[in-house]
Design a protein. Sequence first.
Length: 139
Amino acid sequence: MEITKGANRRALSLLRRNLTSEQLADWRESRTFEVVTWSGRRRWRIDADSLAGNICLVECYGKLPVVHEIKVNIGSKICAHINLSRNLVPLPDNALAQKLLLESEGGERRLLRIARIYGARQAIRYVEGGWIIEWNVPD
């Protein structure tokens, strides 16, 4: 089963309606948009056309976030997304879920708890509650 054109159109419409005017302008230009966390301490860029490693740390005020005892540096990409193993969720829905989670109180902490730093040599992968969970494993 694949995502229909109608489902993708509806997902794009829902994403656009939930973006601020600045985010929408960025999305129209580059298909990415930036999200400031609820705490206001960090700014992340979400690539709405990608799945794995589509969240990038752009700016940090204070301590850098940590993913499974590894610091996330400016420019690092993380992987934490809806389970799309059956290809039933349009990518814009995934980007909107990530945006809403980052903007919610405690959401960044929850997202980082399930995230993987993109490009890590080793990872454990499993599905929990519809999210793909990946994290670095020490050597």
